[in-house]
Design a protein around this ligand. Structure first.
Ligand code: SF4
Length: 354
C-alpha cells in the first residue's frame, strides 16, 4: 500500500468574472489575507499534524456532523486502535462500533471499514477526486477535502462553514439550502481556491467559518477579509445567510427497564438492517417485556438525536425468565459491547442512584 501524495494538477484558474460570480471581489487579496491569517491563527488540531491520507480521511469522516472538540479524543483513540488501513479493514465489527460509540451516525464507521477494505484491493490510496468519490461513505465534500489536503489536488470544499462565509462575503440574498445558491457559491469557492495550496486554502476558509465568521454574531473585527465582505459593508452580517425554516422538532417518551440478575444485565440487539444504530445493544423498553415487574423508578433524562428529543424514564425491574430475542450480558463486560448512548446514560443513572 503506497500512500505517497502524487503531483498536484496543473493550476488552471478561472476568474470570478468568467463565472459570472460577484465580479467585484478581489480574489488575489482575499486569498492572500486569508492564508496569512490562517497561518497565524489556525488551531493546533491532531489531523493538521499529519500528511498521512488515511489519518486525514478518518478525521474528515469523524468531523461530519460532529464538533471538533468532541472528535479529538475519539480520533486519537481510534487511531491508536487502528493505526493503518489493514488494521481498520480487519477490525471485528462489534469492536469497531464500540470504538465509535458516542460519535453517533454509525453508518460512518461501517462505511470507513468498507472503504478500507476496498482501498486494500487498490495499488495505493486513491489520490484523485473521482477515485475517492467511489469509496463508500465519501461524498463530494470528503472527496474534495481529502484530495486537496492530502494530495494537493485543486478541488474546493463546500461545507456549512464555507457556505456561510461565502454567502456573507457576497451578501447573497438566497437560501443557502437551495440548489441554485449552492451552485453559485460552489462556483465562487472554485474561483477563490488557491490552486498552488488548495488544501491550506480550503482549511483556511473552513477555519474562518468555524472561529470568526460564526453563525451568530460573527467577529467581523477580527476577520481577515472584512474589507471585501459585502454583508459587513451593508450591515447584514447578523441577518445572513438565509437558511429557510427549521424542520419541526418532535418528542418521544421511552420507558427503559434495567433488569439485573447475577451480575448480568438484560439487553437486545438492533438488527443489522436497522435504519438507526444497526448492531447496537439496547436496554428493553417496558412494552417489549410485558412479564417484567417494575421495582422502582430511578430517574429520567433527555436525549436528542437530530430533530427528535427522547424523554427517557429509567426503572429497575425483575423478570422470571429471559424473553426471546434478549441476552444476558455480564456488567463488567459492557464496555466491550457497542451500547447505544441512551442505554449507556440509563445504566450510568442506575449506578449513581443505588
Ligand atoms: Fe464573516 Fe464578518 Fe468576515 Fe464578513 S466580515 S466574512 S460577515 S466575519
Amino acid at each position: 500500500m503506497n500512500s505517497t501524495p502524487s503531483k498536484p494538477d496543473k493550476p488552471a484558474k478561472a476568474s470570478a468574472a468568467d463565472l459570472g460570480v460577484c465580479p467585484t471581489l478581489d480574489v488575489a487579496a482575499i486569498c492572500r489575507n486569508l492564508l496569512q491569517w490562517y497561518r497565524k491563527h489556525k488551531r493546533d488540531l491532531p489531523w493538521r499534524r499529519t500528511e498521512d491520507p488515511y489519518r486525514i480521511w478518518v478525521s474528515e469522516i469523524m468531523l461530519q456532523q460532529t464538533r471538533v472538540a468532541a472528535v479529538i479524543p475519539y480520533y486519537e483513540r481510534f487511531l491508536a486502535l487502528y493505526p493503518d488501513i489493514p488494521a481498520l479493514a480487519s477490525a471485528p465489527e462489534a469492536e469497531l462500533l464500540a470504538a465509535w460509540a458516542g460519535l453517533g451516525y454509525y453508518s460512518r464507521a461501517r462505511n470507513l471499514q468498507k472503504a478500507a477494505r476496498a482501498i486494500l484491493k487498490l495499488p495505493q490510496f486513491p489520490s484523485d477526486y473521482a477515485a475517492l468519490r467511489e469509496l463508500p461513505g465519501v461524498g463530494d465534500y470528503t472527496a474534495a477535502a481529502v484530495a486537496s489536503i492530502a494530495f494537493g489536488r485543486p478541488h474546493a470544499v463546500l461545507d456549512g462553514n464555507v457556505l456561510r462565509v461565502l454567502s456573507r462575503m457576497t451578501a447573497d440574498p438566497g437560501n443557502i439550502k437551495s440548489d441554485t445558491v449552492r451552485k453559485k457559491l460552489r462556483a465562487l469557492a472554485e474561483t477563490l481556491l488557491d490552486r498552488r495550496r488548495p488544501g491550506e486554502f480550503n482549511q483556511a476558509l473552513m477555519e474562518l467559518g468555524a472561529t470568526v465568521c460564526v453563525p451568530k454574531q460573527p467577529l467581523c473585527g477580527d476577520c481577515p477579509v472584512r474589507l471585501h465582505c459585502q454583508a459587513r459593508r451593508q450591515g447584514l452580517e447578523n441577518q445572513l445567510p438565509l437558511t429557510g425554516a427549521r424542520p419541526i422538532a418532535s418528542r418521544q417518551q421511552k420507558h427503559l427497564l434495567v433488569i439485573e440478575r447475577a451480575g448480568k444485565i438484560l439487553l437486545w440487539q438492533r438488527p443489522s438492517d436497522s435504519r438507526r444504530l444497526a448492531g447496537f445493544w439496547e436496554l428493553p423498553e417496558r412494552e417489549q417485556v410485558t412479564g417484567a415487574t417494575v421495582q422502582d423508578e430511578v430517574a429520567g433524562f433527555r436525549h436528542t438525536i437530530v430533530n427528535t428529543t427522547y424523554l427517557v424514564q429509567v426503572y429497575r425491574a425483575t423478570l422470571q425468565s429471559r424473553p426471546k430475542g434478549f441476552r444476558w450480558h455480564a456488567k463488567n463486560k459492557l464496555g466491550e459491547l457497542p451500547l447505544s448512548t441512551i442505554a449507556k446514560k440509563a445504566l450510568i443513572l442506575v449506578t449513581f442512584c443505588r
